[in-house]
Write a protein that binds this ligand. Sequence first.
Ligand code: ZN
Length: 272
Amino acid sequence: MVARLVVLVAVLAVLSVVFGVLEWLWPSVRGQRRRRPGLGTDIAWWFWDPLVNKTISFIGVVAVVVPIALVLTAGMEGDTLKAKLEARETWLSAQPLWLQSLQLLVLFDVLGYWSHRAFHRVEMLWRYHAVHHSSRELDWLSAVRVHPVNELGTRVVQSVPVVVLGYDTSLVAAFVPLLAFYAIGLHANLRWNFGWFKYVIASPVFHRWHHTTELEGLDRNFAGMFPVLDVVFGTLYFPKDRQPLEFGILGDLVPDNLLRQIAYPWKARARA
Ligand SMILES: [Zn+2]
């Protein structure tokens, strides 16, 4: 636990310097304060997310995936469930790892796209996702403000098909930190849109439009990796020469501190 805390403090310090320099050199919103409102709350989320959210998601994913895995591997020889899962041959798991990796990234993003869209469109789910959208001055650290129910829902939706289809589960373990780091970059106050590759790979400008309160950007740009999904499903908003300036949520206000933000969806539901 202490070692994990030390690593988290060190990574936070390194990323503060790296993004501090990048956001100073190529800001999307010029003059945005470094000590912005909600900074202390997001620092608390920085620790909460890996220590609490990820633990809850892990337990939740195991609880859902284990019964499914037991059914899939019934009658197979093997000492552990993991060994049996790894021994299970499907035409997908027989492919080379690089091809599985590519397919997994696309599958993850398609599943992430639809669960993200559901978190926006279904009112009961939106209250959880609203916490993530509550940063009014968006930067790289805003990425970690994710309600545990939001995290759990997305991870379960992404894990079940991966296990059922028989993909190599060690690939998933390799991708999770990579995707988490990518998500941090997407929220950064950077004016990068990746030019010619803007529809191929998600950029900070693409995702910052998703967080805007400006009407044209509302319920747009749900993809986490591949903007082409928003093109295919009709939810892309990516103007050529504009960048969003206003962020947050319209209507009911999410409170400012971490514990109140965690309680917010349930309190909002009680009020409704
Ligand atoms: Zn969203």
